[in-house]
Design a protein around this ligand. Sequence first.
Ligand code: ATP
Ligand code: MG
Length: 391
Amino acid sequence: MDGLILIKYGELTTKKGNRKFFIKTLENNIRKILKNFNFEIKYDYVRMYIECELQDVDSIVLNLQKVFGIHGIVVCHKVNTKDEIFEKALELLKEQSFKTFKVETTRADKSFPISSMDFSRQLGGYILKNLDCSVDVHNPDVLLKVEIRREGNFLYLNETPGIGGYPVGIQGKGMLMLSGGIDSPVAGYLALKRGVDVECLYFESPPHTSLEAKNKVLTLASILNEYSGHIKVHIIPFTKLQEAIYKNVDDTYVITIMRRMMYRISEKVAKEEKAKIIINGESIGQVASQTLDSMSVINAVTTMPVIRPVACMDKLEIIGLAEKIGTYETSILPFEDCCTIFLPKHPVIHPVLDKVLEYEKNFDFETLVDECVLKRETIDHFQQEEFADLL
Ligand code: ATP
Ligand code: MG
């Protein structure tokens, strides 16, 4: 295998005590994401190397750009002899537009007869002779790195930025309320970025919501899966409970109470699945159910931490992120969610908890909540190929 990719951990290295666990988790995540390639991983505390087939290098780099915990990706070129290093260096630099350069050599293989400094000087001289440029050791336009190692010599130029964050899984699991909207997939992405192992939960209300709406959510989950490698989705049959709410609760309070039910169900599923937090896409002030008063009354049903990664972001900022991570195009497909069907004309903006508790006495919601939890459909080890079969 002649392809070689170097991975820099960045933020990881500051977490001294946990470094081993972080790097091991990162390695496992990379193995999942690259499962369709032939490759080998080697690592130490500072960096990781992926050896792969030369023709796979570009695709692997694209996949690695979606792995949290990676801060820099460098494609290395493997060459054998000194002459080959010189030729390859020239070839790489000819593809660049630059005026100044610097060569940096590291000699891990001490049996190599030329010292690092001398080698840099010789190679620098060769480049100066063949290209119209000059050396700048302090602030070069291009930095050419050479590594002399026992298993071969490596040259590299540019670093592709990784997406940063922590490896998914180092923080344990969170249950994401994933709707077909713009906000919740972004919330999921941000939680993954901090190392949370995200599992998803979707409330569907057939026949009021369509199969297309469900498939849209599964597509969003599969996009999040590209950043995680093992997203699981729970689909909650919400129709009976939602109909009971509309039958027993005043119009103005249906959304407040529906969302309290969603939280109750999310907490129960989270506990069964050993998730430690609930994650959702609520954003302060966006709709009636997301005023601070609404959030307080809705949040009161659970003691589990509820993390709202986009709570303080503007819609335009959320849209920008959705575009960047690739969920936006799917999110704007026009299929109705259970939150948007039968939307009341005047939902309460400042709900009163006592009133909510009175309405909730009107029906046996606990049995219905338990039924939702029990009858959920779970799509495990969510992978794109499996997903294709579902559609
Ligand atoms: P939009 O981007 O259109 O605002 P949204 O998904 O944020 O869509 P909201 O009505 O604002 O929709 O809902 C707030 C949050 O509640 C969502 O971000 C999501 O976390 C959760 N939620 C809403 N509907 C569902 C659903 N059907 N299944 C799972 N979670 C849901
Ligand atoms: Mg929203």
